[in-house]
Write a protein that binds this ligand. Structure first.
Ligand code: HEC
Length: 126
């Protein structure tokens, strides 16, 4: 009699332990919402690095020209009209929007390259 009771207790305890071990947490792959993954970002940045832009512009600080972040925030959005307008401004140069200082013309740039640069700048918006 004693023997049977002991066995029942033991098997009961064992059964409880098995149940507790089931977990179904799946690892959640984190996907970064990162503008730098955009091909326009990478191509635009590469073109800007090759040109003289960075002597007058920085991403976060005003230098001779406005910071790229300020430009992005001012023109919020990437409508074709804005991109085309700003690309034209980079190619032809100009002043009067951010102050009296002149942006030198970049006549050797193709419109396409200038537009890619603008698209990169627009992705810096915060
Ligand atoms: C000699 C200095 C200088 C260089 C080099 C320069 N910029 Fe500028 N940039 C400026 C100044 C100054 C302004 C502000 C012009 C204004 O107030 O209208 C400006 C304005 C801009 C704007 C905003 C235009 C607007 O109408 O709001 C963009 C976009 C821009 N620059 C991109 C570039 C890119 C891309 C390059 C490289 C191809 C470049 N800049 C090279 C000085 C420079």
């Amino acid at each position: 009699m004693l023997c049977t009771a002991a066995l029942m207790l033991a098997s009961c305890g064992g059964g409880d332990k098995k149940e507790a071990g089931s977990k179904t947490d799946e690892p959640v792959a984190e996907k970064k919402d990162d503008a730098s993954a955009n091909p326009d970002y990478q191509n635009g940045l590469a073109l800007i690095a090759k040109s003289d832009c960075l002597t007058c512009h920085k991403v976060d600080e005003k230098l001779i020209g406005p910071s790229y972040r300020d430009v992005a925030n001012k023109y919020a959005g990437t409508s074709d009209t804005i991109v085309s307008h700003l690309a034209g401004k980079i190619i032809n140069g100009g002043s009067g929007v951010w102050g009296e200082v002149l942006m030198t013309p970049h006549a050797a740039l193709s419109k396409e390259d200038a537009e890619t640069m603008v698209k990169y700048i627009m992705l810096l918006k915060k």
